[in-house]
Write a protein that binds this ligand. Structure first.
Ligand SMILES: [Mn+2]
Length: 358
């Protein structure tokens, strides 16, 4: 029986209220999906810090083979002359991670903002809370959005929302003024052409995460929203090391995205080293949604069909549950509480066992 390489995202002993011991007790979980959170975007990840994290995870009886994320400096995405220095740093980070046995790097190519939501603690009928996105509640002003995210996070740092980087928000927006989707793709190709030969040599696979939500916001371009975008990105640099994270929640936020079809196209091409599997629930015809528990019955996505597509295509990459709700009185980092993600793992491994035995 093929086992899922199931992982759990962890924000490190300094910044996560969930312990490695707790993670190890989630049935079927062997992998920690981690990162260094104290290295500024664009700088080299020091070998000794990577090794220390690896050692900490290994000592807890778990494996560290997937990093999420090594973020891309805005100068690379904008295409500034200074990008070469940041690409050199990125290459050194890849080499350092390879030395620690890292196999996959998850990253995204979203300008300015990482993922975003309009409510980080939307109250659900059962008394739990989850993140929500309502188009009408998205502030017109990006500064107001930042303030909204910050106050909603209740003191937790949010992945991809580095305060230092976002401090000069207007300057950042100005710098992206001439970057449209075509230009952003060109800049992505420039980056991939530089790093993928190194990834091949060091056996580290890149796994781009979809834009979340998968549509342009604040006039900023988005390059990974759907299957057609993926076909463009795979051709930017033909290599199994130029791969995707397929995040069912992010791509699923556009009801037109057929997730099993996307999986069935890209897994057989060996372009999917990493899966994020989570559910969302649409609340209206306009595509507003809140995040939900993982089971199909709790959201709008057919999780069985998603797992079946992975099973049918002999998926053997890494996988993790994604955002869950805050339940049972937990007040965790938005999307990253312990209980609902652990339930998600149990559900996903249950679906997988059934698929294996059918
Ligand atoms: Mn995701």
């Amino acid at each position: 029986m093929s086992q899922l390489k199931m992982g759990f995202r962890w924000f490190g002993s300094k910044d996560d209220n969930i312990s490695l011991t707790q993670i190890r007790q989630i049935p079927g979980t062997k992998q920690v999906v981690g990162a260094l959170f104290d290295v500024p975007v664009g700088e080299v990840w020091p070998q000794e810090k990577i090794d220390a994290l690896k050692q900490e995870v290994t000592a807890a009886g778990l494996k560290l083979e997937v990093i999420e994320s090594v973020n891309i400096h805005d100068d690379i995405k904008i295409g500034l002359p200074t990008r070469d220095r940041y690409i050199e740093n990125y290459i050194q980070t890849i080499k350092n991670l390879a030395k620690a046995g890292i196999k996959v790097i998850c990253y995204n190519f979203m300008p300015v903002f990482d993922w975003l939501r309009t409510d980080l603690h939307h109250q659900l009928a059962d008394g739990s809370n989850a993140m929500m996105y309502e188009q009408a509640k998205l502030p017109k002003d990006p500064e107001a959005l930042m303030a909204q995210m910050k106050s909603g996070s209740r003191g937790f740092s949010l992945p991809g929302w580095e305060p230092e980087r976002l401090a000069a928000l207007q300057d950042l927006f100005d710098a992206y003024q001439d970057v449209d989707e075509v230009k952003l793709l060109e800049n992505c190709k420039y980056f991939l052409d530089a790093i993928i030969p190194v990834c091949e040599q060091y056996d580290v696979r890149m796994a781009m995460h979809p834009d979340d939500p998968p549509k342009p916001l604040f006039g900023l371009p988005r390059i990974y929203k759907n299957l057609a975008d993926m076909q463009r990105i795979e051709k930017l640099h033909e290599s199994r090391y130029n791969g995707f994270t397929i995040c069912t929640g992010s791509l699923g936020e556009n009801p037109a995205n057929d997730l099993p079809a996307i999986i069935r196209e890209f897994v057989p091409k060996d372009r999917v080293p990493f899966m994020h599997v989570r559910n969302i629930k649409f609340v209206n015809q306009q595509g507003d949604f809140h995040e939900s528990a993982h089971p199909s019955s709790q959201g709008s996505l057919d999780m069985f069909e998603i797992m079946k597509a992975l099973h049918d295509t002999n998926y053997d990459g890494y996988i993790r549950p994604d955002h869950g709700r805050n339940i049972w009185g937990e007040d965790g980092r938005p999307g990253y509480g312990l209980y609902d993600r652990a339930l998600g793992i149990t559900y996903l491994t249950g679906l997988w066992e059934a698929l294996e035995k059918m």
